[in-house]
Ligand binder design. Structure first.
Ligand SMILES: Nc1ncnc2c1ncn2[C@@H]1O[C@H](COP(=O)(O)OP(=O)(O)O)[C@@H](O)[C@H]1O
Ligand SMILES: [Mg+2]
Length: 374
């Protein structure tokens, strides 16, 4: 039997060498118990052209730091500073704007641990956030530290690391509010172990929450909890060139992990990202108005269309990604909950793709693939 492989490693493992290089070169001031200094966390996330030398078992290696997050650099700096302060960080925005991605990389840079977290849902309970019990031990021996099963907030406070809370606003409000005392007093009471049993948070602990503005949530958060967080709004990538860079590098990574080799030209990425960008904006680069689909045309969705197109070309075709493969996969990304979005896609094809096709071969092939979704 062949050896099993992990589908997706956490950021601190994927980028182990970069983090090691940054750590070895880190001469800057840093808050207590941070793995890297704020400057190096920033470099880890925003990348750098500088080459860093680092040692692995007496061997000297060199590495450049890749850019992970594209967009507002100051937002990244502010986020890092917030995490060094006594307030939590709440990243809000449309789906697919890299809130989770940024949260993961912040935790990887600051704590070298991005896995300590919880996914918010309507069913999350307080004990999943704080701590629960090993019931067999609890029944046999009564409450003890041995029987206590730490939740992500407990671990964060005890170890002095970041706790990630994905989609906070999907949790019931009273559950969200358990974070208030944790963020303000940095104390966790464990009454089962005795009246005086408290866990005091160690330095390095903080919370990164994320929330989607498309969920009804953010407005319904209690104002007491809102005050404990600094909010940062993450916007979709503004520049087409940067978005192409993200989609291309992410797709290459995904296909690379699958050992899928395909011929995927830059022009095809440009075709895809232009479509997404223009449909999201409701206007083409040459000023034509188009109808905006109700689905979010996020960068994350563009990556997924590109990835599927690569897989399709590999497993069903001759490993050359063509415009028709994009068209074939775009439907599932755009048409999610509103059938009228098919018309909007059709309109874009008739109004924009067709016209460009008269001057450009790729756009013409793209136009002729309309049959795949109309
Ligand atoms: N500004 C950006 N910089 C880098 N990658 C981005 C950006 N926006 C979107 N992405 C891509 O989108 C993917 C999904 O984003 P994700 O963090 O899941 O979105 P969210 O949590 O906001 O819904 C990321 O893994 C990344 O590939
Ligand atoms: Mg997310």
């Amino acid at each position: 039997m062949s050896k099993k492989k992990i589908i997706r490693e956490p950021a601190e493992i994927r980028n182990r060498e970069e983090i090691e290089a940054l750590k070895q070169n880190d001469t800057y001031e840093k808050p207590d118990n941070w793995y890297l200094s704020p400057r190096m966390v920033e470099t880890f996330i925003l990348g750098s052209d500088e080459t860093y030398e680092y040692k692995v078992k007496d061997k000297t290696k060199k590495i450049k730091i890749s850019r992970k997050f594209y967009g507002d650099n100051v937002l990244v700096q502010r986020s890092i500073i917030t995490l060094a302060s006594d307030r939590g960080l709440l990243l809000i925005g449309e789906p697919g704007t890299a809130k989770s991605w940024l949260s993961e990389h912040l935790a990887a840079g600051i704590s070298n641990n991005s896995l300590n977290g919880i996914q918010g849902t309507a069913g999350v309970t307080e004990d999943q956030i704080k701590y629960s019990w090993n019931y067999a031990l609890l029944l046999a021996e009564g409450p003890s530290n041995k029987a206590l099963v730490p939740g992500p907030v407990y671990v964060g406070m005890k170890e002095g690391v970041i706790t990630r809370f994905e989609e906070v606003t999907r949790c019931p409000r009273e559950i969200q509010d358990t974070l208030i005392s944790i963020l303000s007093d940095k104390i966790l009471l464990v009454p089962e172990l005795g009246e005086k049993e408290v866990l005091l948070a160690n330095k390095g602990f903080n919370i990164i929450g994320t929330a989607n503005t498309r969920d009804k949530g953010v407005n319904e958060m209690s104002s007491a909890l809102k005050r404990r967080f600094n909010f940062e709004t993450v916007a979709p990538i503004g520049s087409v060139e940067e978005e192409i860079e993200v989609v291309e590098s992410q797709t290459k990574n995904l296909l690379g992990q699958d050992k899928v080799k395909v011929d995927f030209s830059h022009d095809i990425y440009e075709l895809l990202v232009t479509t997404f960008h223009e449909l999201r904006q409701g206007e083409t680069t040459d000023g034509i108005k188009v109808n905006i689909p109700s689905t979010v045309m996020s960068t994350a969705e563009a990556v997924s269309v590109a990835y599927n197109s690569g897989l399709y070309a590999k497993y069903y075709q001759d490993s050359i990604v063509k415009p028709e493969h994009l068209a074939l996969n775009i439907k599932g990304a755009v048409i999610k909950d509103n059938i009228e979005d098919v018309q909007k896609l059709n309109q874009y094809w008739d109004l924009v793709v067709k016209r460009r096709g008269s001057e450009n071969k790729l756009w013409d092939q793209y136009y002729n693939s309309k049959k795949y979704f109309s």
